[in-house]
Design a protein around this ligand. Sequence first.
Ligand code: GLN
Length: 210
Amino acid sequence: MLNGAGKVLKIGVLALQGSVIEHIQCLEKIDGIKVVEVKKAEQLLEIDGLILPGGESTTIGKLLREYDMLEPLQHLIKAGLPVWGTCAGMILLAKDIVDQNEVYLDVLDVSVRRNAYGTQLDSFQSSAVVEKVAEHDISLTFIRAPYIEKCGLGVDVLLVLNGNIVAVEQDNILATSFHPELSNDLSFHKYFINKIKFSQEKTYTGSHSG
Ligand code: GLN
């Protein structure tokens, strides 16, 4: 097993714009993790998994292109790098963005609507049990959040809230409309870390290869 005792997992947080620090603070509370603030393409090769934070998807997408990170990241995700997009991060991963021609990483087989809750409900708080992630109620923070209108057959829906799909998984990709990093509950971060460990036991060799 690649993740034997003492093995430190390197988790990257894409640090171009958005709620980077909140994810870092969550990860720092979990043992056996080294956090990497990813700002350059080379750093993508050092990590075992990557979080794409919330923020402004258009800005993060533009910066990914400007810093020549979009294609390398896309290739790594297609090769199995575990990745978790929260809010804007979900939009960056999507293969289709409703009412927008431009897509970014184009890897998650969903059609996502930006700012889907409209202006009056720009931000709201809710809670739900996400069975696959934890047995208890998790607090959910939505900030100018997207939701998923349609998803392909290979996509596993983790949570539907008020009729809208707000958390999904597709192979090595996890995406949430909401911001688990803004609550004190580490369930989603732990779930993502377990997903990384599981994928390393299976196929992806990431920073451990060669
Ligand atoms: N509304 C933002 C966008 O479309 C996402 C908001 C967020 O990440 N909190 O990119």
